[in-house]
Design a protein around this ligand. Sequence first.
Ligand code: HEM
Ligand code: NAG
Ligand code: NAG
Ligand code: NAG
Ligand code: NAG
Ligand code: NAG
Ligand code: NAG
Ligand code: NAG
Ligand code: NAG
Length: 330
Amino acid sequence: MKRSSSSSRYYFGLTNMFLLVLVVRSQLTSDFYKSTCPNLTQIVRKEVKKALINEMRMGASLLRLHFHDCFVNGCDGSILLDGGDDGEKLALPNVNSVRGFDVVDTIKSSVENSCSGVVSCADILAIAARDSVSLSGGPSWTVLLGRRDGSISNGTLANIVLPSPFDPLDTIISKFTNAGLNLTDVVSLSGAHTIGRSRCALFSNRLFNFSGTGSPDITIETSMLSDLQNLCPQNGDGNVTAVLDRNSSDLFDNHYFKNLLIGKGLLSSDQILFSSDLANSTSKPLVQSYSNDSGLFLLDFANSMIKMGNINPKTGSNGEIRSNCRVINS
Ligand code: HEM
Ligand SMILES: *[C@@H]1O[C@H](CO)[C@@H](O)[C@H](O)[C@H]1NC(C)=O
Ligand SMILES: *[C@@H]1O[C@H](CO)[C@@H](O)[C@H](O)[C@H]1NC(C)=O
Ligand SMILES: *[C@@H]1O[C@H](CO)[C@@H](O)[C@H](O)[C@H]1NC(C)=O
Ligand SMILES: *[C@@H]1O[C@H](CO)[C@@H](O)[C@H](O)[C@H]1NC(C)=O
Ligand SMILES: *[C@@H]1O[C@H](CO)[C@@H](O)[C@H](O)[C@H]1NC(C)=O
Ligand SMILES: *[C@@H]1O[C@H](CO)[C@@H](O)[C@H](O)[C@H]1NC(C)=O
Ligand SMILES: *[C@@H]1O[C@H](CO)[C@@H](O)[C@H](O)[C@H]1NC(C)=O
Ligand SMILES: *[C@@H]1O[C@H](CO)[C@@H](O)[C@H](O)[C@H]1NC(C)=O
């Protein structure tokens, strides 16, 4: 995407200036809804708070929705669209997995009641993700706003660009790089797994016969291994869930990284940030820093969230303000 727009700027010499003006004007800003929806942040926060009182895990689910929205065609609310066999909701990383759509609908109607037709679903998701983190005890940050909603939900693309828990570290790093995110972002954002849960189906390959070795993944700590073998027996229900951070699954803290140091990462994609050959020269030093310095993790996480929220936003006359987050306007 980026490549084609910069090459078109290169080829259309004079239009260059005009495009630049548009680009500058269409940057996201913190006060985008200042006059059109002054109470926006309070409205969203109040609804997120209600949702978390009802179910604390919802904070994790909303945070993940924003991530899965941003990686696929930019943060444009495309993951919220219903329908279509090739929609994002049915893509492998999402089907029977992402949750929180009803909560997003509730937030959206509450926003519409105060300021109708002006706030995008993509922006609501970005604010809800921030509030989910801060209401879970994590950092807060100023959310940049002004994203507009896209009209294409591309499941094929979601399958290609979203990281899988079975990916090796080099693949994960390149999927982030393709989204404009660097190694610091890979490690800090992986720290989102300090809250929430995962289904057995996404890590049970580590528990009995890992990669055809006949034995479990040797990087799993032994007491956690036996707990997980009991929770997720071979040929058991792959939809049973385990917490991603065994220490404190509802609290946004740096325990995710402390866990990695002692072999208690749940997903393969978690543990390889510390226990893989490539990790030694890439992610491992960052994991060690974050495990020892909670403040550094929280600060880097907030900065990486802002970067992730900036992926390819639709602004200006691109996209629309959806009135129902599940369907494009007719
Ligand atoms: C680094 C690559 C990543 C991989 C391979 C990955 C993979 C996964 C998987 C497999 C699950 C469990 C899904 C299920 O049970 O169906 C999960 C859950 C989760 N992920 Fe990630 N993830 C990654 C990065 C991220 C990032 C960048 C964020 C947000 C900034 C994030 C936030 C979450 C949260 C909060 C949950 C728990 C959701 C819930 O409980 O509903 N993940 N992730
Ligand atoms: C914003 O909230 C205040 C009270 O907190 C209320 O007086 C005001 O009418 C609200 N404005 C809008 C546009 O909803
Ligand atoms: C969806 O993404 C795939 C993979 O990048 C691409 O080939 C296809 O054209 C996209 N479909 C739509 C409708 O944009
Ligand atoms: C990643 O980018 C941030 C700025 O966005 C920078 O501060 C950080 O040093 C970069 N990390 C690496 C490993 O290049
Ligand atoms: C482990 O898996 C491999 C290949 O998938 C298979 O050949 C082997 O028999 C399995 N070992 C055990 C102990 O189940
Ligand atoms: C999980 O549940 C869904 C339906 O709720 C079902 O379609 C799917 O096959 C189950 N997945 C696993 C891994 O058991
Ligand atoms: C989490 O870690 C803290 C400090 O390391 C410890 O005091 C506490 O018992 C742990 N909680 C759980 C549930 O493991
Ligand atoms: C990576 O570090 C571990 C110990 O931290 C060591 O056992 C392993 O040999 C290292 N691998 C490489 C390729 O340096
Ligand atoms: C952890 O951080 C403290 C300062 O916050 C530092 O003194 C100490 O050496 C660090 N320990 C490790 C193992 O990095």
